[in-house]
Design a protein around this ligand. Structure first.
Ligand SMILES: Nc1ncnc2c1ncn2[C@@H]1O[C@H](COP(=O)(O)OP(=O)(O)OP(=O)(O)O)[C@@H](O)[C@H]1O
Ligand SMILES: [Mg+2]
Ligand SMILES: [Zn+2]
Length: 507
């Protein structure tokens, strides 16, 4: 007696088709699971025995073998419980049902309840791509999975519901397609609440428009954290595809909300300086996404940058460069996307007042040690740097209404539309992603802009790397201005966004 049932496995974000094959033959009673199962899959046997008992059924008598195919791929976790038990029941003749075109995903508890699994959306999307028409999974995963097109999702709380349905087609109905509430993606914090700080706001708008990384440097209480938190409110609305991408990362991490499972606004992940390397970029024996991937399509905020462990910051270099992080394990390597806008904030020195006009109580050595905690390669990946000055009393006391996030977002969106046209078909999304091979073509300057950049080069001793970055940022300044060519004032703005290098780091 033999049967075959579809399921789906997951490694990182990569879902793959798995077939649970069960055979029952005469011989000394035994129960084996083969096909590179890990320990959690092996423990499936105990759960399955218990569920058979709870349902008042007998495990088929004889030699039971379950093979999880393809045998060459490691199977991790308890998600195959449901497929294995259905395959066994079919092989033992306990149920007769046509399960072709169906996939089964879920962990069983000892009494037959289905426990939710991580990565339900990735698995369901994969099942749909493989031509599966119906997926059965834990009820708590159903709403998330319903977002996948071309597949019916049946969520069940208990295995008995699935058995009843398979026998007679009643008791379960397909999960209605989840449509997120648009109100859920509204931001509660708005730039209109931030008084003054025009230079910082302009820098932030430019960073948002070109998806450039940004560093804000200033004394305590100047509003750096306040400004950072409001950045998602001026970024273009998250698209449906981006929402699905980001949701899959949250799902694999087990961080989706079953009642509102889609990530419907750009993430803002604020990371504490006590974060470990694994916490930041991901890892672990079954590699989980880190904060940088949880921020995918949004903002990763590193507050108090010099307080971070230097080695931890260095781990950001490769993912910032590639928009993707690869975690290698003996069992294979996992890729998590991390297309993010890095926003960092810091004080200029331990007391916070260096360069601010107020008295700094730190020795020069202390100041340079503090600034030196941020390595050059990390600084090099931050296109825009801005000094945030202490708020003027007059700005605070007047409390005049400031420009709203919506008004800024409109300009950002216009600049993004220009970029979308420019980069159509290239795989590049924004000016921050301009590659050296096209920089000359897409960053054309007027003669006088060119002269200005040349002069700045001589006078300020800019490096070749700084040259490219200034051009990319100038491109964004020109886009915000609706100017096809980069003009003098755009070069001047872009150079201004790098002046901290010279003022604080002596470069
Ligand atoms: N421009 C501003 N307009 C209105 N309120 C402000 C402004 N700047 C600061 N504040 C007020 O001061 C508080 C402190 O600001 P915030 O925490 O953002 O400062 P910070 O620069 O991050 O300081 P630290 O370096 O100590 O982290 C804010 O919560 C806000 O109430
Ligand atoms: Mg702060
Ligand atoms: Zn100081």
């Amino acid at each position: 007696m033999f049967s075959r049932v579809n399921s789906v496995g997951l490694f990182g974000l990569n879902a793959f088709h798995v077939t649970a094959e069960a055979s029952v033959s005469t011989g000394t009673p035994s129960f084996d699971i083969v096909g590179m199962p890990d320990i959690a899959v092996q423990e499936s046997k105990a759960r399955i025995r218990s569920v058979f008992g709870q349902l008042g059924m007998k495990l088929p008598v004889g030699r039971i073998t379950v093979n999880l195919a393809p045998a060459g791929v490691r199977k991790v976790g308890s998600v195959f419980d449901l497929a294995i038990i259905i395959a066994l029941m079919k092989a033992g003749g306990l149920i007769e049902a046509d399960t072709d075109g169906c996939a089964f995903i879920g962990e069983l508890s000892l009494n037959g309840e289905l426990a939710p699994v991580n990565g339900a959306l990735s698995m369901t999307l994969n099942a749909a791509r493989d031509g599966i028409k119906r997926v059965f999974l834990p009820k708590r995963n159903a709403r998330e999975a319903s977002v996948a097109d071309g597949i019916e999702v049946y969520g069940a709380e208990h295995i008995s519901q699935i058995l009843t349905f398979l026998k007679g087609g009643s008791g379960l109905s397909p999960e209605p397609k989840y449509i997120p509430d648009p109100a859920a993606s509204l931001f509660t914090e708005d730039f209109s609440e931030v008084m003054g700080q025009f230079a910082a706001k302009k820098a932030i708008e430019t960073a948002a428009a070109g998806f450039h990384n940004i560093l804000m440097l200033g004394p305590p209480g100047s509003g750096k954290s306040m400004l950072a938190k409001r950045i998602p409110s001026i970024l273009p609305k998250i698209t449906f595809d981006e929402s699905i991408e980001t949701t899959q990362i949250y799902s694999v991490a087990g961080m989706t909300d079953p009642s509102a499972p889609l990530v419907t606004s750009r993430p803002f992940r604020s990371v504490s300086h006590t974060a470990s390397g694994v916490g930041l970029v991901g890892g672990g024996s079954i590699p989980k996404p880190g904060e940088i991937s949880l921020a995918h399509n949004g903002v990763l905020f590193l507050d108090e940058l010099p307080e971070f462990d230097r080695r931890v910051l260095e781990t950001l270099r490769q993912p910032l460069e590639n928009g993707e992080i690869t975690i290698s394990r003996a069992s294979g390597s996992v890729n998590y996307p991390c297309n993010i806008m890095l926003v960092a904030a810091m004080n200029p020195c331990p007391c916070g007042n260096f360069g601010s006009g107020k008295k700094c109580t730190c020795t020069p050595i202390k100041v340079s040690q503090y600034l030196g905690k941020i390595s050059q390669p990390v600084l090099d990946r931050i296109d825009i740097q801005v000094e945030v000055k202490a708020v003027e009393y007059s700005d605070l006391s007047e409390r005049t209404p400031q420009e709203s996030s919506a008004a800024i977002a409109e300009r950002v969106q216009k600049a993004r539309d220009i970029q979308a046209k420019r980069f159509a078909g290239t795989g590049i999304k924004c000016n921050s992603g301009i590659t050296p091979d096209i920089i000359a073509e897409v960053c054309r300057m007027t003669d006088s802009a060119q002269q200005m950049l040349k002069d700045a080069f001589g006078k300020l001793g800019l490096t070749a790397r700084a040259y490219d970055r200034i051009l990319k940022v100038a491109r964004t300044c020109a886009d915000l201005d609706g100017s096809e060519e980069i003009q003098r004032q755009h070069i001047s703005q872009a150079i201004g966004f790098r002046s901290l290098d010279r003022k604080y780091w002596n470069r």
